[in-house]
Design a protein around this ligand. Structure first.
Ligand SMILES: N[C@@H](CCC(=O)N[C@@H](CS)C(=O)NCC(=O)O)C(=O)O
Length: 211
C-alpha cells in the first residue's frame, strides 16, 4: 500500500501510527504541500480536494484520514482496532467523529496560529482567531477527561479513535494547550505517545522539527 503523506500533518500522522500499530508496511510518498505538490493534476486525480493523506491499495484510492484508518483496521480485524461488535464500533465512531468535528478543528487552528506560522514564517499568530478556539477547547477537553476517568482508551479498548484523537494533540506544547486541568487526558496521551507505533510514526516529524 502507498501513502501520500506529509510528516507535519496530524491527519497523515494518525494514518502512519495506525499502520505501524497494525504492522502494515506502507510505501511513503512525501508530498511537499508548501511547494504545491498537492495541486498537480496527478495528485488532484487521486484526491480532488488536494489534501493528504491519500492511501492507494492496489489501485483502490481512499482519502480522509479516519476513513483510511477504518479501512486499515478492517484489513486486520484480528487486531480489534475497529471492533466488529456494532455497539463497540459505534462508540469508536462516536469519538472519531467528535474529534473530527469538535475538538480537532479547535486545537488544529490554535496549533496553526502558534506553531506552524512561526515555523514557516507565515506571520504573527492572530489572537482574534485563537480566542474562540480556546473557548471551544475549554468546553470540550473536560468531556474527554470525564470519559477517560475510568478507562485507559477513549472507547474502552485501544482503537482507531485513540489515534484519531491523539494526533490532535501533537502540537499541544508549542500551542500552549495545557492538560493540567484534565489529568486523565494527560495520562492517556502519555500512554498513547509511549507506544512504539506512535514513536515510529513520529520519527520523521521529529527529525524535521529539530532540523
Ligand atoms: N479531513 C481530511 C483533512 C486533510 C487535510 O486537511 N490535510 C492537510 C494537511 S494536515 C492538507 O493536505 N492541506 C493542504 C491544503 O489544504 O492545501 C483528513 O482527515 O484527511
Amino acid at each position: 500500500m502507498k501513502l501520500y503523506n506529509a510528516n507535519l500533518s496530524p491527519n497523515a500522522m494518525r494514518v502512519r501510527a495506525v499502520a505501524f500499530e497494525l504492522d502494515i508496511d506502507l510505501e511513503i510518498i512525501d508530498v511537499d504541500l508548501r511547494n504545491g505538490e498537492n495541486r498537480t493534476p496527478d495528485f488532484l486525480a487521486l484526491n480532488p480536494n488536494g489534501k493528504v493523506p491519500v492511501l492507494v491499495d492496489d489501485g483502490f484510492v481512499l482519502w480522509e484520514s479516519r476513513a483510511i484508518d477504518s479501512y486499515l483496521a478492517s484489513v486486520r480485524p484480528d487486531r480489534g482496532l475497529y471492533p466488529d461488535d456494532v455497539k463497540k464500533r459505534a462508540i469508536v465512531d462516536q469519538w472519531s467523529y467528535w474529534q473530527a468535528i469538535h475538538l480537532g478543528p479547535a486545537i488544529q487552528r490554535v496549533s496553526f496560529e502558534r506553531v506552524m506560522k512561526s515555523k514557516f514564517g507565515m506571520g504573527e499568530p492572530e489572537e482574534a482567531a485563537i480566542q474562540p478556539q480556546l473557548k471551544d477547547i475549554a468546553q470540550f477537553l473536560p468531556v474527554l477527561d470525564a470519559d477517560l476517568a475510568d478507562k485507559d482508551w477513549v472507547a474502552g479498548d485501544l482503537s482507531i479513535a485513540d489515534f484519531a484523537m491523539g494526533s490532535t494533540f501533537m502540537y499541544r506544547q508549542g500551542a500552549g494547550i495545557s492538560l493540567d486541568a484534565t489529568p486523565y487526558v494527560a495520562k492517556w496521551i502519555e500512554r498513547l505517545e509511549s507506544r512504539p507505533s506512535w514513536q515510529g510514526a513520529l520519527k520523521p516529524l521529529m527529525a524535521m522539527m529539530s532540523g
